[in-house]
Design a protein around this ligand. Structure first.
Ligand code: FAD
Length: 469
């Protein structure tokens, strides 16, 4: 494998995300200036904030809705991710069964409904998000993972899913690699692939068509309760008087102290190859273009882009002490080198292929791996965050919950334990960094010992606490 580019070069837009080079985000929208009054102010212009604007205005077109984005729309995780848009709202069925056994069938059905509606919306709005309803192939590279995938296929069938277990030969026929021992394949009802930056830009335009005002370069610095509403202060002097505020800032939520115990920002890194030649493309099978993921605690996710590059991401989940989220962390040469090595072991037939893009971004990890919802400032500020690396699809559903909090307080969905309960809080520093390091070491240790979970992990399992990305 050959390294290209200077790892120390200044950080390009959205951390260097390949997706930001595939289209034009257009000229920057104006920042919020002066004093204005709105019904709902949404902080954050990623998927959660943009879907929330759309959901609000589709429910009540008269609402005055403003989206305040600190950078550009899609600048955060929404414009940098792998583009796996999954139906699961619970970071997978097994995790959902662990935490919400009584609600899992409803949550699975809601997730499938949400994905179908998302796909229909993208088509109806003419958003060129390079959406491909490919489904996904999970692959095992250790014997115990084969058993886990077998169980997953059975579990899925018992909960209305469509996942087929595949033995080694069947997987090798689909995507030959010396690493694969078995797999589980899901349909396009479970997972579709998107170009996430184009999706975010398309959602912003769709929100504006409905009357939302989207402000860029508008960092919210403070929220303050006032009689009958909330005062929203924006860097640069803008002030919005809002009836309600929705906070949709994901792993960048450090600005709102109340959210600090709910999540840790964990960095996830991605490589993108150059477009494959016809010969390289033929050497890897993958005719159905499904998204792929291997199955360790430290796992890779990988997929083809519209122009037949391979995106290869994941594996290392890096926490920076103090929960620091800064552009300097968007690039990590040590992790890029690990990812390149693992890519070479997976695709020996692609020896010599070059990587043209390397980037990273912060994931909002919670102790139970899925979104958490809540209210603050006298019930006028609502938040949703904590997708733990699986928010492309789930953010749309979460945005519906935020809409319900504002417009449909009687909604049955608001009563779900999934919506009402909070994950176990994460201790503050200086305890946080060593706890995260212990969890990380323990899950890496489990991968290295055939999936056996040591005493510490078993104790954490009993508490329902995990570490993932
Ligand atoms: C490298 C990587 C790969 C991933 N891969 C996948 C995947 O394949 N599939 C999947 O389902 N999920 C994936 N995820 C997770 C997924 O991208 C996120 O869960 C999802 O995009 C979250 O959307 P969001 O709108 O909540 O947050 P974001 O997209 O992060 O948006 C938050 C926005 O808030 C803005 N902001 C922050 N502070 C302020 C402020 N004070 N004022 C105003 N604006 C502010 C930020 O600039 C940002 O644009 C991945 C994430 C990363 C980082």
């Amino acid at each position: 494998m050959t390294m290209t580019g200077d790892a120390n070069a200044p950080t390009p837009p959205a951390g260097g995300s390949f997706w930001w080079t595939t289209g034009d985000p257009g000229p920057a929208r104006l920042p919020a200036r002066g004093r204005q009054s709105v019904d709902v102010a949404i902080v954050g212009g990623g998927f959660t904030g943009l879907w929330a604007a759309i959901a609000l205005l589709d429910t009540d077109p008269r609402l005055r809705v403003a989206v305040l984005e600190a950078e550009r729309v899609g600048w955060g995780a929404s414009g940098r991710n792998g583009g796996f848009c999954e139906a699961s709202l619970t970071h997978g069925l097994s995790n959902g069964l662990l935490h919400y056994p009584g609600e899992i069938d409803l949550l699975e059905a809601e997730g499938r409904r949400n994905l179908a509606e998302l796909v229909a919306f993208v088509a109806a709005e003419g958003i060129d998000a390079e959406l491909e309803a490919t489904g996904q192939l999970l692959v095992a590279s250790q014997p115990h993972e084969v058993d886990e995938l077998h169980r997953y296929a059975e579990e899925s069938a018992a909960h209305g899913g469509e996942v087929e277990f595949l033995d080694r030969d069947a997987v090798q026929a689909l995507q030959p690699s010396p690493r694969w021992l078995g797999g589980a394949r899901s349909s396009g009802r479970h997972c579709v692939m998107v170009n996430p930056a184009k999706l975010a830009w398309g959602l912003a335009a769709a929100a504006e068509r409905r009357g939302a005002r989207v402000f860029e370069r508008s960092r919210v610095t403070a929220l303050a309760r006032r009689a009958g509403g909330v005062t929203v202060r924006v860097d640069g002097g803008g002030v919005l008087e809002a009836d309600r505020v929705l906070v949709a800032t994901s792993a960048y939520s450090g600005w709102l102290r109340r959210l600090d115990p709910l999540f840790v920002p964990v960095y996830d890194y991605v490589l993108m190859t150059e477009p494959l030649t016809a010969e390289q493309r033929a050497s890897i099978g993958w005719g159905d273009r499904f998204g792929m993921s291997d199955s360790g605690n430290q796992f890779h996710y990988f997929r083809l882009s519209a122009d037949d590059r391979i995106l290869w991401g994941g594996y290392d989940a890096i926490y920076h002490p103090g929960s620091r989220v800064v552009p300097a962390h968007d690039r990590r040469p040590e992790t890029f080198a690990v990812l390149e090595r693992n890519f070479a072991a997976t695709f020996p037939q692609l020896d010599g292929v070059r990587f043209t893009h390397r980037w990273g971004g912060a994931i909002d990890t919670t102790t139970r791996f899925c979104a958490t919802f809540g209210d603050t400032l006298g019930g006028r500020v609502h938040y949703a965050l904590g997708y733990t690396g699986l928010g492309v699809g789930a953010s749309r559903w979460a945005a519906g919950i935020l809409r319900d909090k504002v417009l449909r307080p009687q909604s049955e969905l608001l009563r779900l334990r999934f919506v009402q309960s909070a994950p176990l809080p994460i201790p503050p520093e200086p305890v946080r960094a060593p706890v995260v390091a212990m969890m990380r070491d323990a899950v890496i240790g489990a991968d290295a010992s055939g999936g056996r979970r040591g005493l510490f992990l078993r104790a954490m399992d009993a508490l329902g606490v995990g570490f993932d990305s």
